[in-house]
Write a protein that binds this ligand. Structure first.
Ligand SMILES: *[C@@H]1O[C@H](CO)[C@@H](O)[C@H](O)[C@H]1NC(C)=O
Ligand SMILES: *[C@@H]1O[C@H](CO)[C@@H](O)[C@H](O)[C@H]1NC(C)=O
Ligand SMILES: *[C@@H]1O[C@H](CO)[C@@H](O)[C@H](O)[C@H]1NC(C)=O
Ligand SMILES: *[C@@H]1O[C@H](CO)[C@@H](O)[C@H](O)[C@H]1NC(C)=O
Ligand SMILES: *[C@@H]1O[C@H](CO)[C@@H](O)[C@H](O)[C@H]1NC(C)=O
Length: 440
């Protein structure tokens, strides 16, 4: 309920531009009314699916919403309880523990009815603009996370300054036991990796609806950090790397910040089954027709029972309980080889070490420069376009991944060369080569 009243208050203090207009966009499902703030149009909480049935795949919206007042902070998906072990944080330097701790602040509004999107665009956008689309997928270890905290106004404003404006879509997807509960029951029921299925359905929504917002459905870049980065890579693998929808690619590029496909045991493996069974027992559902029982539980009982599944910062610190898991009907273990026929181009961030290295070369890389690489990539799939042109400072070329330096990962156009970012290199190699030694 905050946005409009808060904005007028800010305006009165002279801190923000007045909200003078309410942008309206007509789509098949109805009319979406947003708000403008500092030259950015915001549309908050557009549903891309029906309220999901618990532990079932998302379904596209079955009835129109009429007029949607997309101005209030939307619901985030239920979060896996973070059983925080303070030891984990005291052992880390403050510049690391600070962001980690702030990432544990739970969203203000949480509901199982959370499959919604946030769209931000330059307020100068017209229905004919056909702006390249950046589709953001948050991190949080597949256990927590929300689209709400990520405001990309600055990034969009910078893209306008660079003469290459973009439109940003932020997706909410199910996490924790709501989104990634493994086990053979879910496999038999077609309900594995639900959070990834949510993201995928949202991409289909973008394909169908983003043109009405002034976006170009043929120029979608998917972008994520950590679990979001891992998700980006999965979208290049799902369905044997075939990401077409109604004959057109859902996205043409991806940006991966810190994370590649994880070494995960199959969704019906003993490890995965153990997670399902301990959870079902804690929820009082046992093994007989467990899914029916789990679906019938009141929300709070289901949520409370998830506490038996280790969280990210628990005593087994940084254990991932909810990684996407191979399921032959969705993610095959042979996907990587097949992916070579995919034409998606992935652009990977250098690690912080690489950025440091780039900084030691002259000139240093300010935030705006990094943004320029990103905006270049989103517009033209080449991060190095024009970096010696418009920009007064000469910027170094975005580095290619290098085995010794482990600078960054690049998928070449033809996807014959795959190299993961430094710290996750080994994980990727497990996945691609040593299926029998998988960890999670
Ligand atoms: C839309 O919601 C805002 C608060 O989020 C409220 O101030 C405004 O009156 C609402 N508009 C309509 C048309 O319902
Ligand atoms: C409006 O924009 C300013 C500056 O970008 C930001 O600090 C503020 O949170 C925004 N307000 C809303 C309601 O989005
Ligand atoms: C890709 O997948 C879509 C949807 O599942 C299907 O219609 C299409 O035939 C597939 N394309 C190829 C080349 O397999
Ligand atoms: C869930 O856990 C909370 C916090 O421990 C407790 O207050 C609440 O009563 C529990 N709810 C149910 C339905 O067990
Ligand atoms: C893939 O592209 C790279 C460089 O763009 C090239 O060196 C390599 O030969 C290509 N491989 C195939 C199989 O086309």
């Amino acid at each position: 309920m905050v946005p409009l009243s808060a904005l007028f208050a800010l305006t009165a203090c002279g801190l923000a531009t007045a909200v003078t207009q309410q942008p309206k966009v007509q789509i098949q499902d109805g009319t979406v009314i947003g708000f403008t703030n500092n030259s950015i149009d915001n549309f908050l909480g557009i549903p891309y699916a029906d309220t999901p049935e618990r532990l079932r795949p998302p379904q596209r919206l079955s009835s129109p919403f009429g007029t949607l007042n997309a101005t209030a902070i939307p619901a985030s998906c239920p979060q896996h309880p973070l059983i925080v072990n303070p030891e984990v944080f005291t052992q880390l330097p403050p510049e690391v523990s600070g962001p980690l701790l702030s990432s544990t602040i739970p969203p203000s509004v949480v509901s199982e009815d959370c499959l919604n999107l946030i769209i931000q665009r330059p307020s100068s956008t017209t229905p004919d603009s056909r702006l390249p689309v950046l589709f953001w997928i948050y991190g949080g270890g597949f256990a927590t996370g929300s689209s709400v905290p990520y405001d990309y106004s600055t990034l969009i404003q910078e893209s306008v300054t660079l003469g290459q404006p973009i439109i940003v879509v932020r997706v909410n997807y199910r996490v924790g036991a709501f989104g990634f509960l493994p086990g053979k029951e879910l496999q038999n029921d077609g309900g594995t990796n639900l959070g990834l299925r949510d993201q995928r359905l949202a991409l289909e929504w973008v394909s169908e609806n983003i043109a009405a917002f002034g976006g170009d459905p043929d120029k979608v870049t998917i972008w994520g950090e950590s679990a979001g980065s891992i998700s980006v890579m999965y979208h290049a693998l799902i369905n044997n790397g075939n990401s077409t929808y109604r004959g057109k690619p859902l996205f043409r590029g991806g940006i991966m910040d810190s994370g590649a496909v994880l070494p995960a045991e199959a969704v019906d493996s003993p490890t995965a089954q153990g997670i399902f069974e301990s959870f079902s027992a804690a929820a009082g559902c046992g093994l007989e027709d467990a899914l029916t029982c789990l679906r019938g539980l009141p929300y709070e009982e289901f949520l409370n029972a998830t506490a038996v599944i280790p969280g990210l910062f628990g005593p087994e610190a940084f254990r991932l309980s909810f990684p996407p898991r191979p399921d032959p009907r969705m993610i095959s273990s042979h996907s990587r080889r097949r992916r070579q026929s995919s034409s998606v181009k992935l652009h990977l961030s250098p690690s912080s070490r690489a950025i440091k290295k780039m900084k030691t070369q002259q000139p240093a890389l300010p935030y705006n420069a990094v943004v320029q690489y990103y905006v270049n990539f989103i517009n033209s799939l080449d991060p190095n376009v024009d970096i010696h042109g418009k920009c007064e400072k000469k910027l170094p070329h975005w580095p290619k991944w290098d085995k010794d330096e482990r600078l960054s990962i690049h998928f070449l156009d033809n996807a014959t060369v795959v190299a993961p970012d430094d710290d996750r290199k080994d994980a990727f190699e497990y996945f691609s080569g040593v299926q029998s030694e998988l960890l999670f």
